[in-house]
Ligand binder design. Structure first.
Ligand code: 9MR
Length: 372
């Protein structure tokens, strides 16, 4: 009780920072904003107090070459996800010739900084190599199956023992709950998903294997379909360990029941994770919209904190300088927790505050996420 009271007092200070980020900057000083001078207040340290890994997607062009970017990545986060460099298009640009260099650099950096790695992603319809996209339509199902089997086996084997969670299959469902009409579904039928999990498990039995998708954060046709599908995989003995909720939010859409939805998947005996969190809005950002963004980050983190099986909370990049959003949603952006100059935004302080407030919450102690 006493701990909780003192945290509340601490949080009041953070609330003031939320209201006036400039005041917070002035109070904490510029070196603090990169998380360098107060390691105990970093997201990763506060997450560690409650057994929750806090992660980011990493742009490997910036990691190592941009000192501020690198410092924030290393100091604030305890898991990293390659934003692109483990995708098939990047690792096998020419059939039979692998290029693991960028992904290997990220894995080495993670090891050096005591971070775990979320592998992303083995089976997707997007970012496939051109040679595969060109040849797949004329391949027989057996040919395509053996290419997919080889891809999964080779990639998982290459990183064996170094990946905490693999996004084995990504975005296999449509918003209406039907299976997405990909080359995999067309040629191999729905069984490709179970096969992918079995093959990944054979190559690295220790890695936690995840199904990952967007628009499954709230209950509805899509999340109900994924729920039924993974339940069926479990019934067949398919080695699936978790479901990743990407959590790409937009301030114009509500997020009704994330916590209850995470909990129903957890009740299947699965781990759950928020894997790609960002909260976009229309530009230029008004104060009202930014409040909604802050609330979006807070709501998503609080839901993860409240669900014991939620083992990691990952933002899809931390800086507006490198976000995928403006390239895809015209006129939208500012979706991240640091601004374009790599300074923390109120969204960052909201996460920090929520983690600080959760410290001592009894239901989170003893989580098996393996903190450093
Ligand atoms: O952030 C990634 C961006 O750099 C790529 O161009 C894009 C290609 O589709 O993929 C982005 O990451 C996606 C992730 O792999 C899967 N979920 C949606 C993410 C945002 O599009």
């Amino acid at each position: 009780m006493a701990i909780r009271r003192s945290l509340l007092i601490g949080a009041l200070g953070l609330s003031a920072a939320l209201a006036t980020p400039a005041a917070a900057m002035a109070a904490s000083g510029p070196s603090d904003v990169a998380g360098a001078s107060q390691p105990g207040d970093s997201l990763r340290a506060l997450g560690a107090n409650i057994g929750l890994r806090i992660g980011t997607a990493v742009n490997t062009d910036q990691l190592g070459s941009n000192p501020a970017y690198t410092s924030i990545t290393d100091s604030q986060f305890s898991t990293v996800t390659p934003e692109n460099v483990m995708k098939w298009q990047l690792v096998e640009p020419t059939q039979g010739t692998y290029d693991w260099s960028a992904a290997d650099r990220l894995v080495a950096s993670a090891e050096a900084n005591h971070q775990l790695v979320r592998g992303h992603t083995l089976v997707w319809y997007n970012q496939l190599p051109d040679w595969l996209t060109a040849a797949a339509p004329s391949m027989s199902p057996d040919q395509l199956r053996s290419i997919l089997h080889k891809h999964i086996t080779d990639e998982v084997t290459h990183f064996k023992g170094k990946i905490w969670q693999w996004d084995v299959v990504n975005e296999a469902f449509n918003d209406d709950g039907t299976l997405r009409n990909t080359i995999w579904l067309q040629k191999l039928g729905p069984g490709y998903i179970a096969d992918a999990f079995r093959w990944a498990h054979e190559a690295d039995p220790q890695a936690k294997l995840f199904y990952n998708d967007y628009n499954i954060e709230f209950t509805g046709a899509k999340s109900n379909a994924v729920y039924a599908f993974v339940k069926n995989l479990q019934a067949q003995g398919v080695p699936i360990d978790g479901v990743g909720f990407q959590t790409h939010l937009d301030t114009q859409y509500p997020l009704p029941d994330l916590k209850n939805n995470l909990q129903r998947f957890a009740d299947l005996g699965l781990d759950v994770a928020e894997t790609e969190v960002d909260v976009r809005t229309t530009l230029p950002v008004t104060a009202t919209e930014q409040s909604a963004q802050v609330a979006g980050y807070s709501q998503t983190l609080q839901a993860c904190i409240a669900v014991r099986a939620c083992i990691s909370y990952t933002v899809w990049g931390f800086s507006d300088a490198y976000s995928w959003v403006p390239g895809v949603f015209q006129g939208e952006g500012a979706a991240d927790i640091y601004d374009e100059n790599l300074q923390p935004k109120p969204e960052y302080y909201a996460l920090q505050q929520d983690l600080a407030l959760a410290t001592g919450a009894p239901h989170r102690t003893g989580r098996g996420a393996g903190q450093d």
